[in-house]
Design a protein around this ligand. Sequence first.
Ligand code: HEC
Length: 167
Amino acid sequence: MLHREAFAILALAACAAAPALGQDDAIEEGERLYQRLCATCHSLEEGRNLVGPSLHDVVGREAGIVEGFRYSSAMQEADITWVPEEIKAFIEAPREYLPGTRMAFTGVRDEEDRDAIVAYLDSETEGWDGGEDGATDGEDADGETDGTEESGGTDAEHGTPEDTDDG
Ligand code: HEC
């Protein structure tokens, strides 16, 4: 896991340099909302599953893949990648968005609140380059190592078991 720490340091450096000024308020507000609405069930720590799966690096992640967490079959079978707009749609009305989900949460009605929460999650996520929002214009030039962490496939050489889906 040493390489992960190295990566974290790189990512922190990248974050510090990112021109995210306009986002700062939203991120702060998002953190407050996250603590109030989500943190009882979700940790941002890697591998730390509570009632809900860890949301470590959730932005850009595939749905239903946190190891050791028992998802609903709806979530396991869902073909979702948690880009910001999917997270927003999900937390607006979890059980309408994904019938059968075990996330017992009524939803965040306020669009600004959803935006803020996702801005916060995005700020806590390493290795996600922003996709749709174009928030990271110009950051790509130095992104040599970006994405290798997220892509999964490249981990095969480390012997990561990919086939633990029995249950
Ligand atoms: C009452 C507990 C609870 C609360 C509160 C809650 N969640 Fe969840 N969440 C869950 C559970 C349980 C799952 C797994 C759902 C499933 O398997 O169908 C989940 C799944 C998720 C997922 C999918 C994760 C993955 O690995 O695919 C995301 C994203 C998510 N929640 C975000 C949030 C956000 C953001 C909030 C706050 C606005 C929130 N949740 C509030 C319990 C909760």
